[in-house]
Design a binder for this molecule. Structure first.
Ligand code: HEC
Length: 104
């Protein structure tokens, strides 16, 4: 029994990691295509094209920032200053996974 649970867990982690590498790649593409008009989206890029938009590095460095918090932000009905951008659940997951890789 113990062996079975361990192998299920190991299998799940392996799958999760495989998905994540793909997510991050897709998320980076999406960030460059959709978000880069306003946000500094790449590591080491400090100044956002739109000054009010925080760099993704700064977003990632926000204490307590998680994929869940990003998910809430990105799927909120209305954003005060960020024009509503319609993202699929997959897009949100991918771009959140990417943003969190910028955490130092
Ligand atoms: C047209 C410009 C624009 C585009 C495009 C844009 N943003 Fe934003 N975004 C902003 C601005 C301005 C803010 C600051 C809003 C505020 O604080 O109320 C912001 C805030 C955010 C925040 C919140 C940061 C925080 O710490 O509160 C996140 C997360 C975010 N954007 C992610 C994204 C993602 C992901 C994309 C691409 C899918 C994107 N944005 C595209 C302008 C933009």
């Amino acid at each position: 029994m113990r062996v079975t649970i361990a192998s299920i867990i190991t299998g799940t982690i392996a799958v999760a990691q495989a998905v994540q590498a793909q997510d991050i790649h897709e998320g980076r593409q999406l960030a460059l295509e959709v978000c880069a008009a306003c946000h500094a989206v790449l590591a080491g890029q400090a100044q956002s094209p739109k000054a009010e938009a925080p760099s993704f590095e700064a977003v990632a460095a926000t204490p307590g920032m998680t994929a869940m918090a990003l998910n809430v932000w990105l799927t909120a009905e209305d954003h005060p200053t960020m024009p509503n951008i319609t993202l699929s659940q997959t897009d949100v997951r991918d771009v959140s996974a990417y943003i969190l890789t910028l955490r130092k």
